[in-house]
Design a protein around this ligand. Structure first.
Ligand code: ADP
Ligand code: MG
Length: 204
């Protein structure tokens, strides 16, 4: 299911977790991650309810533009660029494992073009890169799509949890140096929530 409903669900999950994401950001950043994302996703919900869509590409593009112009903070342009890149390549047919791998690589390329981070720097990429790697492993092992999605979700969760032990070297949390260790990254957490919503709703 890649319809406005999926984005509305994603928006609801982020909005429900606004305080949690903000608390995580208060520990190692400036305490606005949940507030930032909730602002963008509330705006997106308004637009999704008011407009109709001809294609997935259009839907992803609207999501991108809405997040870029309403989120504020580093995460808005980063997620926005990821969704914009996805809008350029996403198939309008039923998505295959190959399609999902292409999409995740485009998302990562967009985030890296803007934010210049690599894996291991305690950012949203530490959830998204392991999720993408898991999809590629599943393809290499000829796993079916449902198994691949379940493994991907597991890899995203582990990636998110692994940020606890990382020292931030990009973004605001990097100002804390070693004191950033011991806290889960807020962006890695919001990325997990988005991936979880996408996967759980596509498995139905
Ligand atoms: P800000 O840091 O401007 O207040 P947010 O609080 O909305 O922005 O988002 C912080 C999150 O953004 C971090 O937890 C991290 O996951 C992500 N982030 C920050 N800088 C980068 C970067 N260069 N590349 C990827 N993700 C980043
Ligand atoms: Mg912040």
């Amino acid at each position: 299911m890649i319809q406005p409903e999926l984005f509305i669900k994603t928006a609801d999950i982020i909005i429900e977790n606004k305080n949690y994401l903000t608390e995580l950001d208060a520990a190692i950043g400036d305490g606005d991650h949940g507030v930032n994302l909730a602002r963008g996703f509330n705006k997106l919900k308004e637009k999704l309810k008011a407009e109709s869509f001809e294609s997935r590409s259009e839907l992803f593009k609207l999501t991108a533009m809405t997040l870029i112009s309403n989120v504020g903070g580093a995460s808005g342009p980063l997620y926005g660029t990821a969704f914009l890149n996805i809008s350029k390549v996403i198939s309008e047919n039923e998505l295959s494992l190959d399609d999902l791998i292409d999409i995740s690589e485009e998302a990562i390329a967009g985030i890296q073009k803007r934010g210049k981070a690599e894996a291991g720097e305690k950012t949203m990429l530490d959830t998204i890169i392991p999720a993408a790697e898991s999809l590629k492993n599943s393809r290499a092992n000829n796993l079916d799509l449902n198994t691949a999605l379940n493994n991907c979700l597991q890899a995203a969760a582990e990636g998110m949890e692994n940020t606890i032990e990382m020292q931030a070297t990009k973004g605001r949390a990097s100002y804390l140096g070693e004191r950033s260790i011991g806290h889960q990254d807020p962006g890695a957490t919001s990325a997990y929530l988005m991936i979880k919503t996408f996967i759980e709703n596509s498995l139905k």
